[in-house]
Design a protein around this ligand. Structure first.
Ligand SMILES: Cc1cc2nc3c(=O)[nH]c(=O)nc-3n(C[C@H](O)[C@H](O)[C@H](O)COP(=O)(O)O)c2cc1C
Length: 311
């Protein structure tokens, strides 16, 4: 399947692994790219030299293109933005802010720019500032979210811009892939589905919680702070939501979540850590390699698209 995104990124399958803080390090990104998808290293708030090291290690494991997710609110964003150019990274996805000030230098260096947006207005603004493509991310997603579902957001973004759109949020099998393509997407981005990839470094307690999750097991914390985050329900989210209801300040709430994603991903604290994952976790039943995840979703999706209707 050739789409605007497979052409833009030089990949075999229109499947992108979302940049994920702590989770999406070089092993996962390289495995996804080697499997024919597009792997992304999540720079999150990592120090710039660590990001460079991650890029170099990824290059040792794959000669296929991969990307870096740059969180713009991170004080190190400017340095990371330059490292991406110096290391010849194929594409950046950006979150948490407006990448406008970096777009000219990235474009000049040939780095493709793909902002992640949760609204039509942001998508239009990003196209005007020179983005090469857009990730339209629905609120079913794991991690930081907007307010609109993928089903509603994706076709509206597709209608509003002329650059290729990638659908994200709630996609973890061929049916979701096919649905996103039918809504006008030229690729999908998945996060939650890759939490159980055999090649990643995610602690087994985290993986097991994703595998055990049911449809209603994710909750949104942080709505009162203006930065809502979706993760799996646990002792931490219960405590957080209780404090939010009581009107706790941002500082009081941050005490609970400071370092909590790292504790969950690396140390396996699935009780008091932040187990970010999307609503689609309920569909994920077992671990698999990146190749298995990507090819099964693609093959099933293409078969459904060719079939057209259930018959
Ligand atoms: C554990 C986790 C961490 C994430 N961290 C980031 C991040 O640092 N930057 C970002 O742009 N998106 C982040 N995301 C969102 C993903 O990149 C992706 O867009 C999202 O997971 C897609 O929805 P899905 O979870 O339903 O597949 C994260 C998601 C998860 C599950």
């Amino acid at each position: 399947m050739k789409t605007g995104i497979t052409e833009l990124l030089g990949i075999e399958y229109p499947i992108i692994q979302g940049g994920m803080a702590w989770v999406a390090e070089y092993n996962l990104a390289a495995a996804v790219s080697n499997a024919g998808g597009f792997g992304i290293i999540g720079a999150a708030s990592a120090p710039p030299e660590i990001v460079r090291e991650q890029i170099l290690k990824c290059k040792e494991l794959t000669d296929k293109p991969f990307g870096v997710n740059v969180m713009l609110m991170n004080p190190n964003a400017e340095e990371v933005a330059k490292i991406v150019i110096e290391e010849g990274v194929k594409a950046v996805t950006t979150g948490a802010g407006n990448p406008a000030k970096f777009i000219p230098m990235w474009k000049e260096a040939g780095v493709k720019v793909i902002p992640v947006v949760a609204s039509v207005a942001m998508a239009v603004m990003m196209e005007r500032t020179g983005a090469d493509a857009i990730v339209a991310e629905g609120m079913e997603s794991g991690g930081h979210i907007g307010q609109t579902t993928t089903m509603a957001l994706l076709p509206q973004v597709v209608d509003a811009v002329n650059i290729p759109v990638i659908g994200a949020g709630g996609i973890a099998d061929g049916r979701g892939f096919a649905a996103a393509i039918m809504l006008g997407a030229e690729a999908v981005q998945m996060g939650t589905a890759f939490l159980v990839a055999k090649e990643n470094i995610v602690h087994e307690n985290y993986r097991n919680k994703v595998i055990a999750a049911k449809d209603i097991d994710s909750v949104v914390t942080g709505t009162s702070t203006g930065h809502p985050v979706r993760g799996l329900r646990n002792h931490m989210t219960k405590e957080y939501l209780r404090l939010e209801k009581e009107g706790a300040t941002i500082d009081e709430l941050e005490k609970i979540t400071l370092g909590a994603l790292r504790r969950a991903v690396i140390e396996g604290d699935a009780k008091d850590g932040t187990v970010m994952a999307g609503q689609i976790a309920g569909l994920i039943k077992k671990e698999a390699t990146c190749k298995e995840i990507i090819t099964s979703i693609y093959n099933e999706g293409v078969e459904l698209l060719n079939r057209g209707v259930n018959q």
